[in-house]
Design a protein around this ligand. Structure first.
Ligand SMILES: Cc1cc2nc3c(=O)[nH]c(=O)nc-3n(C[C@H](O)[C@H](O)[C@H](O)COP(=O)(O)OP(=O)(O)OC[C@H]3O[C@@H](n4cnc5c(N)ncnc54)[C@H](O)[C@@H]3O)c2cc1C
Length: 645
């Protein structure tokens, strides 16, 4: 199939790969991926050595490559191998690759070049389902990050957030797949090049050369590889005026729950010295003390930002848990699957219709399956009231142990039993002030991850955090012996540790007055009745309590802290709606809070996003989500509603 300019946006779907004379061939594009013998040679020659990559990453802090067209991943695998074998490699390697038609994990493993078959096995193990959006895979304890972005390159290239050192252009030939080489796309991809960044490709077409030259690359034709006579190499000459972030060397994180512990881990991976302060003796002691919590994505037919965050975040948390399990030898995650049960018949019907209409997109079976009541009951092991989405990769995670493993693995100093009363600016530094007015610590950059205490510490009354106390009722495990995986609907039921089954959880809104223990248990048992057709009489054996902090719209709050009075003075004085600006940010003061009921699925992605905002590392998510998470969004809404001036 040959694309022309009239083709609409391409939707993500699995690649069709056939074997022809031992070569992986795409019947859709009528082109070969590359020969098993030639692909590795081409990757090493055209993209690595002739792209001068090892010389340029030598002894650097980090090196970033952007690629259009992941295919079978040979360029990435060859880069990973070269990086591992190079004693002078950069400390970190970021590899961002855009792909609209992903192959499968089996194809990666069986068709990738022989020289990188070991690396291909590692990649196949982490290979994500064919879902649009961002997938971050990590290698070498997080020092190598592969950000796969599944979608139409032409759309994606307009909204990336990164600066690269090298651009690899390696799609099917322009005659077969014009969209991968058109000048608009090449211009968009060139915008993210650092000054001195290189572009390499085997393609020497006139249109491609002109587009890259117009975008600022100084090109030269060089001797080609194999049967190709020539290839292109170019260096970005255009000056870059984009705001360069001041390098960050040290950060203090206040709070060591899922938010703070994940952030400390993410920042440490970027080579930053982190210190953690918490009023509790050990990490993961407040809401994150949860012994076992459900880690699962959510299905919505509109693919809302919240749904995107929970889906992409789910994969990131799962992968980080797995990585920590290898590092610590501890069990942190049980992949039991999870059923998201429809809590009304109409919702189930709506889901059925969404599947029939492929809304918001076709859901791959290895990610989620919509099951009817009988099928769902069979998988769960108990008779359910309705069917729902079964997510086989979901399961139960040990939240508290996760926090402690993160702090231990990042080897950051943890200062427990230390309550921060306020955070004050002194010169260029932010000082943490303790209970007796003493200075606990100070740094240029402080991140508040103190859940319910965050508004006060940041002096931001309009951060929009709701405090939601909640309780899980603990029942005897043996009364639900047949339960094979957690079920979540209006409430949830799941096996926890030490012989308990958890049913929950309450949302004890402060305006509904203080809840008695009895009211909380009754509410949870009513939730249980909305899930199961029948069950044995239950014995309440205890409860787990915690206080969630939820951001407005149940979306976390992540980003630079806002000086509300400065924000208000700008907004009140302005005749037009002011553009987003850094002028009201508290420079060096940041926040990650409001994870609500989804701390497990959101904390890693939010921590990685904030790390990118602070350091300029490639953003592992759609940049539009930065606005969704912005700390000033609630203040803005209140201002528009005339509730604050
Ligand atoms: C009953 C219940 C059930 C839940 N079930 C699930 C589930 O199944 N799946 C899921 O994903 N999520 C679940 N959650 C939500 C999850 O627990 C939270 O989203 C998550 O723990 C929040 O993490 P956090 O780091 O933001 O907050 P916290 O874990 O509360 O961490 C905040 C940290 O800041 C510290 N701190 C606060 N103030 C100060 C100060 N002034 N000075 C120093 N330190 C300070 C605290 O000591 C604490 O360690 C549940 C929550 C509850 C209450």
């Amino acid at each position: 199939m040959i694309f022309n300019r009239a083709n609409a946006t391409q939707k993500v779907r699995p690649a069709r790969v056939e074997l022809e004379d031992g070569k992986a061939y795409s019947p859709e594009f009528e082109d070969i991926y590359a020969t098993r013998s030639g692909a590795y040679g081409q990757a090493c020659h055209v993209f690595l050595s002739e792209g001068d990559i090892p010389n340029r990453w030598a002894d650097k802090e980090s090196f970033t490559i952007l690629e259009n067209g992941f295919g079978l991943g040979t360029n990435f695998l060859a880069t990973l191998k070269a990086w591992r074998n190079d004693p002078h490699r950069s400390k970190r390697l970021n590899y961002v690759s855009l792909e609209c038609f992903p192959v499968t994990d089996q194809e990666i493993q069986s068709l990738s070049a022989l020289e990188v078959s070991e690396e291909a096995k590692e990649l196949a193990k982490q290979w994500p389902p064919c879902l649009p959006g961002y997938h971050t895979l990590s290698f070498d304890e997080g020092r190598v990050r592969l950000i796969l972005v599944f979608g139409d390159s032409m759309e994606l290239a307009k909204k990336l957030s990164l600066s690269y050192d090298a651009l690899f252009l390696d799609g099917f030939s322009p005659d077969k797949n014009w969209r991968m080489w058109n000048s608009e796309l090449l211009r968009d991809l060139s915008r993210y090049a650092k000054e001195g960044a290189t572009v390499t490709t085997w393609c020497t077409k006139g249109d491609v050369r002109r587009a890259l030259t117009d975008a600022g690359f100084a090109l030269e034709k060089k001797k080609g590889f194999g049967k190709k006579r020539e290839r292109l190499f170019g260096v970005m000459k255009a000056k870059r005026t984009k705001h360069i972030l001041r390098p960050i060397n040290e950060v203090i994180v206040v709070g060591a729950g899922l938010a703070g512990a994940n952030l400390a881990y993410s920042l440490t991976l970027q080579g930053i010295n982190v210190r953690v302060v918490d009023e509790a003796a050990v990490p993961g002691a407040a809401a994150s003390a949860l012994p076992w919590g459900i880690l699962h994505p959510h299905f919505t037919r509109d693919d809302s930002p919240l749904s995107k965050l929970s889906r992409e975040g789910f994969f990131m948390t799962r992968s980080r848990l797995r990585q920590l399990e290898v590092q610590t030898g501890e069990c942190l995650f049980k992949e039991l699957g999870c059923l998201q049960m429809a809590h009304k018949d109409t919702i189930y019907e709506d889901w059925l219709k969404a599947v029939a209409d492929n809304k918001p997109f076709k859901i791959p079976e290895n990610y989620g399956l919509l099951l009817n009541r009988q099928e769902a009951s069979q998988i769960v092991g108990l008779e359910l009231k309705r069917g729902g989405w079964y997510f086989p990769m979901a399961g139960m995670a040990r939240a508290g142990a996760f926090c402690r493993a993160l702090i231990a693995a990042s080897a950051v100093p943890y200062r427990g039993n230390t309550t921060v009363r306020s955070i004050d600016k002194k010169g260029e530094k932010w000082q943490l002030i303790g209970e007796f007015g003493e200075v606990i610590d100070e740094a240029d950059n402080v991140v508040v991850c103190a859940a319910t205490a965050s508004s006060d510490l940041l002096k931001e009354p309009h951060l929009g955090l709701d405090l939601l106390p909640g309780r899980i009722t603990l029942l005897r495990d043996t009364d639900f012996g047949d339960l094979k995986c957690p079920v979540s609907g209006e409430g949830y039921i799941a096996h926890m540790e030490d012989g308990y089954c958890g049913v929950g959880a309450t949302y004890e809104l402060p305006r509904t007055g203080p809840w008695t223990e009895q009211k909380a248990h009754l509410t949870n048992l009513e939730k249980l009745d909305t899930l199961l057709v029948d069950h044995l009489p239950v014995v309440v054996t205890g409860a787990y309590c915690g206080v969630r902090a939820a951001g407005s719209g149940r979306v976390p709050v992540v980003g630079a802290s806002v000086d509300e009075s400065r924000w208000l003075s700008v907004w009140n004085a302005s005749e037009h709606i002011p553009q987003d600006s850094k002028c009201w940010e508290n420079k060096g003061l940041w926040v990650l809070a409001g994870l609500g009921s989804r701390g497990l699925s959101m904390s890693v992605l939010c921590a990685e996003m904030l790390t990118s905002m602070m350091t300029g590392a490639p953003l592992p998510a759609d940049p539009a989500l930065i606005k969704t998470l912005a700390p000033q969004r609630y203040l803005k809404r209140q201002w528009f509603n005339g509730k604050v001036r």
